[in-house]
Design a protein around this ligand. Structure first.
Ligand code: SAM
Length: 333
């Protein structure tokens, strides 16, 4: 299906630089999956012409118009991943946004939690004062145009830590990773602002969402920002359509031209065992009979985990059967 000429075209990605309140370039029921994060109406400085602190009524009226366009353009069974967060002092906003999407016709399928920072890894905007905890997570609402949703969660599955589970529930070494997605921010908000945008999400977030939808070939982001959703779509060989009313084309172009790297999945029990193994190798008693040093298995596992810690060279985008396999499962084959 051909689309009209875009304001920015890169690979399979097209961006239209006007408000997504009307998306006349996109035919009815032609999109498989929408992934977006709307403005949060919290005073971000996206552009001098845009006020991100509007009266609640006009903010929700804007979202309503955009969400109705998303509904029109999604195909039956199509999925809508809506990312929105509260702040430490502004609770309940995300819930109001998802209700606006429901009023536009969407069915609420599931709520995912996206953790931006945990135990010192990742970044978050600290709340002022000492009466509130800072907000280190946001929501990703999984909405559907018409149930049932077209999803396969194993496409973003992880391997079992305990390999004796392989074959108990399913034959492959792949399990559902759960509804909490830990995708740490690699840079602070200050660093993002310097690069030209106040509120990008990490490209791994849309990447994970898009990979859950089997057979999807066309994605839409009505609030494209830096173009992270389209960068993910390009990495997966999908067509992408983005709308951005206050574009910074050079920032978008840079995002689209930057290769997408996915950090390896490191299972915490594997990492902990590997650290214990290294600890026992480095301990003064290592090499003596008592206490015993690490077994051959443990040593092999430690070496394996360390090799996973090295930076990835390629994009490393596994598909449906994509979980990487640990040393034990390799031995079995
Ligand atoms: C939270 S940001 C999205 C960031 C994006 N997910 C990323 O990773 O870069 C919201 C974006 O919506 C844009 N925007 C605001 N109103 C809009 C409208 N009516 N139509 C299209 N874009 C709009 C803002 O300029 C901002 O870039």
């Amino acid at each position: 299906m051909d689309l009209p000429a875009a304001d920015l075209h890169h690979g399979r990605q097209r961006l239209y630089f006007h408000s997504s309140e009307a998306m006349p370039e996109v035919p009815d029921r032609s999109v498989d999956v929408v992934v977006t994060s709307p403005p949060y109406n919290r005073g971000k400085r996206y552009h001098p012409r845009y006020s991100d602190r509007q009266p609640s009524d006009s903010y929700h009226a804007l979202l309503d118009r955009v969400f109705r366009e998303c509904y029109r353009t999604l195909r039956p069974g199509g999925t809508f991943f809506l990312n929105v967060g509260d702040s430490g002092t502004d609770q309940g906003k995300a819930e109001a946004v998802v209700r606006t999407a429901q009023a536009a016709g969407f069915h609420r399928h599931q709520t995912l939690i996206w953790v931006k920072s945990l135990l010192g890894r990742g970044h978050f905007t600290p709340v002022r004062g000492e009466r509130n905890f800072s907000n280190v997570f946001e929501y990703v609402y999984v909405l559907v145009r018409d149930p049932p949703p077209h999803l396969d969660v194993l496409r973003v599955g992880i391997p079992y830590a305990d390999k004796s589970n392989v074959g108990r529930y399913r034959s492959s070494d792949l399990r559902d990773a759960g509804n909490v997605w830990f995708i740490p921010y690699s840079e602070t908000t200050g660093a993002s602002v310097k690069k030209g945008h106040e509120a990008p999400f990490p490209v791994e977030l849309p990447l994970r969402a898009l990979r859950c939808v089997p057979g999807a070939t066309r994605a839409l982001d009505p609030f494209a920002g830096t173009g992270a959703t389209l960068a993910a779509a390009e990495a997966l060989g999908m067509e992408g359509i983005g709308y951005e009313a206050f574009p910074r084309p050079e920032v978008i172009r840079r995002r689209l031209e930057t290769p997408v790297h996915v950090p390896p999945v490191l299972l915490l029990p594997e990492l902990e065992r590997a650290l214990r193994t290294l600890g026992s190798l480095l301990s003064p008693s290592a090499g003596r009979e008592e206490p015993p040093g690490p077994s051959k298995d443990r040593w092999e596992e430690a070496r394996y985990v360390l090799s996973r810690l090295r930076p990835e060279r390629g994009p490393g985008l596994p598909g449906a059967t994509g979980g990487r396999r640990g040393p034990r499962s390799r031995r079995r084959t």
